[in-house]
Ligand binder design. Structure first.
Ligand code: FES
Length: 86
């Protein structure tokens, strides 16, 4: 379990262990576009402003990871909080 914070609104949303970030956000009314939901297509790419990412996709290039992007349909947090540029 970890939290994500939406930078634009300040809203904090809990991500349970059995839910993806995109699914939990959608339930909370924050829509992130998705397609494959398997970490392969890149549609759900979101920039992370703060927090350590646990990358679980098979798509992002090393430079995209360096720039702080993650694929929200599969990737998670290593710590307690990610702040998303949404
Ligand atoms: Fe395809 Fe996330 S929806 S990588």
């Amino acid at each position: 379990v970890f939290d994500v914070k939406i930078a634009s609104s300040g809203k904090v949303i809990k991500i349970p262990g059995d839910r993806s970030v995109t699914a939990a956000l959608e339930e909370a009314g924050v829509k992130v576009p998705t397609s494959c939901e398997q970490g392969a297509c890149g549609t759900c790419k979101v920039k992370v402003l703060e927090g350590e990412i646990d990358h679980r996709d098979k798509r992002l290039k090393p430079e995209e990871k360096e720039q702080g992007y993650f694929l929200a349909c599969v990737s998670r947090a290593k710590g307690d909080l990610l702040v998303l540029d949404l």
